[in-house]
Write a protein that binds this ligand. Sequence first.
Ligand code: NAG
Ligand code: NAG
Ligand code: NAG
Length: 383
Amino acid sequence: MLLFIRSVKQIWRRAKSLHSLANMGKFFLGLFCVIALAAFGIANASEKKREIGIFELKRGDLSVKFTNWGATIVSVLVPDKHGKLDDIVLGYDSIREYQNDTTYFGAIVGRVANRISGAKFTLNGVLYKLIANEGNNTLHGGTRGFSDVVWKVTKYQKSGSSPQIVFSYRSFDGEEGFPGDLLVTANYTLIANNQLKLTMKAKALNKPTPVNLAQHTYWNLGGHNSGDILSHRLQIFGSRITVVDNYLIPTGKLESVKGTPYDFLKPRKVGSRINKLPKGYDMNYALDHGTGEEKVKKAAVVYDEKSGRTLEVLTNAPGVQLYTGNYIKDVKGKGGFVYQAHAALCLETQGYPDAVNHPNFPSTIVTSKKPYNHIMLFKFSAK
Ligand SMILES: *[C@@H]1O[C@H](CO)[C@@H](O)[C@H](O)[C@H]1NC(C)=O
Ligand SMILES: *[C@@H]1O[C@H](CO)[C@@H](O)[C@H](O)[C@H]1NC(C)=O
Ligand SMILES: *[C@@H]1O[C@H](CO)[C@@H](O)[C@H](O)[C@H]1NC(C)=O
């Protein structure tokens, strides 16, 4: 715009020194071109903001694709023990399918991930009513959470020494019933040839609000189209779970995993005791490392013997939700492959579920003085 004003000034200055009609004609033609170009530029810029695209980051053998629809991880290509590359996350071939998705494949969910009981909570004496989208409860931010909106791309550097993409989303006061405007950013960076770091930040612009973001990628270390993850070996560094009722709402109690199918303190096959549960795993673990502002510590390690791939997940969040894709049924994914239950597992680091309704859980309230800062580190290796 500045450029436009300057050009008009220049042309006007030149026009003042002109005399002939022909030159006046040239002046108006020039002015017209400048206006047309500026108008085109503005339209183009606003179009670009709303455009949904696919973006790729590459470093060494690691390549990760994203879309700004839901700040979603679309694919992760990493080598197996023989150096063969496979895509180890579930997903779709087209953006249209992501827009129609009900599984949250690869997306960042929010404003509050997981369940909020009764789709309501009270904060500073005010009752907030949310959209109920799972029975009487709110799941993953409501019917149109952060996984179902277009994020802006504020930085994109495909390769080089610090490949990164930064998405941002401005959530409005009252969106899905949540209080206050909120500015959210998600920064995905390849910090090494085999490490993806995600930093999720949120700033409350006017009112305090609960914030709990979760990265909802479905991992299958054998490849997205290799079948189920029941033989993956899993270790979770959490010795307690937040016990839930039949609707998967926390009762408020924390219980030891000892002697239960939830015990993954030592590496165990995911499928070793899954039959003892009605559908599979869908549970929040209280991580033993507690909470820290900046420090990331190991939350979980997954190992697939067949491919030799290992994924380590580190975080500064207090909990991790283990979900084994229990409700996936006949979902047509990439390359036409049809995903079924237990085709992948999710390790969604986050605050405890329904924390807004449980004063004994670590607070998820974000204020203008206390911003949100959630770090995840994904380390890939193969042997
Ligand atoms: C959208 O999802 C519905 C139900 O899951 C499915 O029947 C339909 O074919 C999907 N449409 C597209 C364009 O993928
Ligand atoms: C939802 O709440 C209503 C009213 O309290 C109750 O009758 C109904 O059983 C609840 N439904 C579920 C799925 O919990
Ligand atoms: C994104 O995160 C990386 C790694 O932590 C950091 O080096 C980089 O400065 C961040 N980018 C922005 C724009 O904040």
